[in-house]
Design a protein around this ligand. Structure first.
Ligand SMILES: Cc1ncc(COP(=O)(O)O)c(C=O)c1O
Length: 437
């Protein structure tokens, strides 16, 4: 059963003919046509329902957004109220955009000014171009295992097979080699690797971009001091430090992980949990940098988007943030996450399974390997074959987990203690079965 590979793990599933006749692969984003192929009919709270009426307890959470749970009544109500009076004006500004920008600046420490766009990929694209403009430099540094969206500057070295670590591992054919080559890949939690890259490319690095907690490979927690040292290194080298908080923002707290760790980047990207599932993202940071965008008269860095600041998405974001402003929300999310992690660690120990249970706040996962889990190279020891089978059996039991090796589970405000306990029972039954075979 033990095929140790870090390739995408869950296997493609054949979609129903009707979908694949008109949609390549029958889905609108990669990683949606995995086992079991779901024709989704309804989403509600912590649950997804397929067209046959089978329901799944949702930990995939669309890769992170529905932090309150699906179709949350406060969000739905705010959207209904908005759409009675406002669709996309496409000129000037709406009160919703100003209110949302104020909330973002109020909560996220690095944000002096903020702009809205529609997806995390857009936000990181703009952040990198802004960094290149203000520094006049071309190269950037990212970390092996971090994902920052689909554009060429960052679309390399995410979940790489072992033989591509330390080498070029592009996500896509068709990427411009020149762009890929301007992105240098370092090892998370290794300041030495960043110092060496900075020295080799002295005066050429525009930005260091990272997920402060790389959740695109599960959960690598920064070792004490790493983010602080990176902050200082970026300052000394006059390089822009970008925290990509598209996952961690609003999931780990209203101020993102930067508030948790006390390290303030120059620029921050936000998305996903910010609007509980509606398409909106943000890029914010130091006012002197943000004022370079040409939304301001005299600005010389292009920023535009037909749907930017869409009233429906702004309404969803405001309602989401208002719910999260009640401290009881994070108490619940963190309590359930901790319960899942504790329970899983006990189950793995009781059943003699080699495992490292990881996570933070509302995020939990199991690596099937011994600790440590400090960087991507550590994760190459994960038993992907065991994970694929474990996930398949859990999905059959109605527990929907992310369809990739090394990915994470998300708890929402709509999950209950009973849901977590039911999940843990299913995990233990599955593990017992697998250990016996
Ligand atoms: C950390 C991070 N940044 C950026 C992105 C890109 O966001 P989007 O898929 O909204 O373009 C993702 C998406 O998963 C992400 O996890």
């Amino acid at each position: 059963m033990s095929t140790k590979t870090n390739a995408v793990a869950a296997g493609k599933e054949s979609p129903p003919g009707a979908a694949s006749e008109v949609i390549p692969g029958g889905v609108n984003s990669s990683l949606r046509n995995v086992y079991p192929f779901l024709a989704v009919a309804r989403t509600e709270g912590a649950w997804i329902y397929d067209s046959a009426g089978k329901r799944y307890l949702d930990y995939q959470a669309a890769f992170g957004p529905p932090i309150l749970g699906h179709c949350h009544p406060r969000v739905s109500r705010r959207i209904r109220e908005t759409l009675e009076t406002l669709d996309l004006p496409g000129i000037g500004i709406t009160a919703l955009e100003i209110e949302l920008a104020r909330k973002l600046v109020e909560h996220v420490p690095s944000l002096e000014k903020v702009l809205l766009c529609n997806s995390g990929s857009e936000a990181t694209y703009h952040a990198i171009r802004l960094a290149r403009a203000v520094t006049g430099r071309a190269k950037i540094i990212k970390f092996q295992g971090c994902y920052h969206g689909f554009h060429d500057a960052v679309a390399r070295n995410v979940i790489s097979p072992a033989d591509r670590v330390g080498k070029l591992d592009p996500l896509s054919e068709g990427s411009l080699p020149e762009v890929l080559a301007h992105t240098i890949v370092c090892e998370f939690n290794s300041l030495d690797s960043v110092v060496a890259a900075m020295e080799r490319n002295r005066g050429q690095i525009a930005a260091v971009i990272l997920e402060p907690v790389p959740h695109n490979v599960g959960c690598l927690l920064p070792r004490p001091g790493f983010l602080e040292e990176l902050r200082e290194l970026a300052r000394v080298n006059e390089t822009i430090l970008i925290f990509d908080e598209v996952i961690t923002g609003f999931r780990h707290g209203l101020g993102g992980y930067q508030k948790v760790c006390g390290v303030t980047p120059d620029l921050t990207t936000l998305g996903k949990a910010m609007a509980n599932g509606y398409p909106i993202a943000a890029l914010g940071g130091r006012a002197d940098l943000m004022d370079r965008f040409n939304t301001r008269s005299g600005g010389d860095v292009f920023f535009a988007g037909t749907y930017n600041g869409h009233p429906i998405a702004c309404a969803a974001a405001l309602a989401t943030i208002e719910v999260l402003e009640d401290p009881a929300a994070y108490d619940h999310l963190f309590e359930l996450g901790a319960r899942a992690r504790r329970g899983l660690a006990d189950i793995m120990a009781r059943n003699g399974v080699r495992a490292t249970v990881a996570g933070y706040g509302s995020v939990f996962l199991t690596y099937f390997m011994d600790p440590p889990a400090d960087n991507y190279t550590d994760l190459l020891r994960n038993d992907a074959g065991f994970f694929i089978e474990y996930r398949r059996r859990l999905v059959d039991r109605g527990i929907y987990k992310l369809p990739m090796n090394l990915k994470r589970n998300h708890v929402s405000l709509s999950h209950s203690l009973e849901d977590i306990d039911w999940t843990l029972e299913a995990c233990e039954d599955t593990i017992k079965e697998m250990v016996k075979e």
